[in-house]
Design a protein around this ligand. Structure first.
Ligand code: SF4
Length: 305
């Protein structure tokens, strides 16, 4: 059996930055450090940080007064920041700069009186946060039906923003419907570099393998989209976190097995799956080189070892 290991895979610059922020905050300020929502969508990362003194909460009401709280990479709505200010909490914002960019776009266009068609998953924390920038002027579009049905007060003042971790092809289909419906709509492509690069890699693996495994968490949007891309090409796929989830007798029937991981998946999980499968030959298929990093928040910069 041959394993084709996709590259780029695993941690993106936003995830590296978010994890660094929690680790440095723990070193600099000591435990406990509160983190609102899973810092990134991966339970192995979360459990590791818990052991070092991070306490994960879903709401600020769970954070004691005057404590330090870190906002996750997915971003928060301005109402959460306001609540933190009122509660006198010290905040370190680990929102990915590429998510912050979408928040800024939302703010800018809403101030100019635009209706924002926000393409994404209603309950995903990133969409909840971006929606909160201008709730009266934002309509979430989850699928093609929503795109066909949507009505806006002024069709000449409409902008499309998107979640950063969507399927590139599905989003294009939704955007095409909206552009046809509102010809003067402004279209921002907010799908991030890491999401599109990993989807491109997944596509390449699907075209060259009998099955492609996606390593990552079931609640990770970008891992789920990788699986969608692979299956849309008629190739079987499985999203898994742990080699125990593998049916090895089934996997051993395939001659070429592709492996990729999502932007929040540690490389150790990929290695454990590769090891569990065993192989005759392993080849890395690199589609694009990534060389992106984001700077830390000012208050933590000098503390990085
Ligand atoms: S997936 Fe994209 S938007 Fe999300 S943290 Fe990574 S770089 Fe940022």
């Amino acid at each position: 059996m041959e394993i084709l290991l996709g590259s780029p895979r695993g941690f993106c610059a936003g995830v590296v930055r978010a994890i660094d922020i929690v680790e440095i905050a723990l070193r600099k300020y000591g435990a406990p450090v509160y983190v609102r929502h899973e810092i990134v969508h991966n339970q192995v990362v979360v459990e590791d940080l818990k052991k070092r003194g991070a306490i994960f909460v879903e709401e600020l009401s769970e954070v004691p007064d005057s404590s330090l709280v870190i906002f996750s990479a997915h971003g928060v709505s301005p109402s959460v920041q306001k609540e933190a200010d009122m509660r006198n909490l010290s905040v370190i914002d680990a929102t990915c700069p590429l998510v912050t960019k979408v928040h800024s776009e939302s703010k800018r266009f809403s101030e100019k009186g635009y209706t924002i068609l926000l393409v994404g998953h209603k309950n995903h924390p990133e969409i909840v946060g971006t929606y909160g920038e201008a709730p009266e002027q934002t309509i979430v579009i989850e699928n093609k039906k929503d795109a066909y049905d949507v009505q806006v007060p002024d069709p000449t003042k409409v902008v499309i923003l998107t979640q950063t971790t969507l399927s590139v092809s599905d989003t294009q289909e939704i955007a095409d419907i909206l552009v046809k419906k509102f010809p003067s709509v402004l279209l921002r492509n907010d799908i991030c570099y890491a999401t599109s690069n990993r989807q491109e890699t997944a596509r390449e693996l699907a075209q060259n393998c009998d099955i492609v495994l996606v390593i990552g968490a079931k609640n990770s949007s970008n891992c789920n989209r990788l699986k969608d891309v692979i299956e849309s090409l008629g190739v079987p796929s499985q999203l898994l976190m742990d080699p125990k989830e593998l049916d090895l007798s089934k996997i051993n029937n395939f001659k070429k097995v592709g492996i990729i991981s999502g932007a929040s998946t540690p490389e150790s999980l990929v290695s454990s799956v590769v090891e569990a499968i065993g192989y005759d030959r392993i080849i890395t298929r690199e589609i694009i080189q990534e060389d992106i990093s984001f700077s830390l928040p000012r208050e933590l910069r000098e503390s990085k070892p």
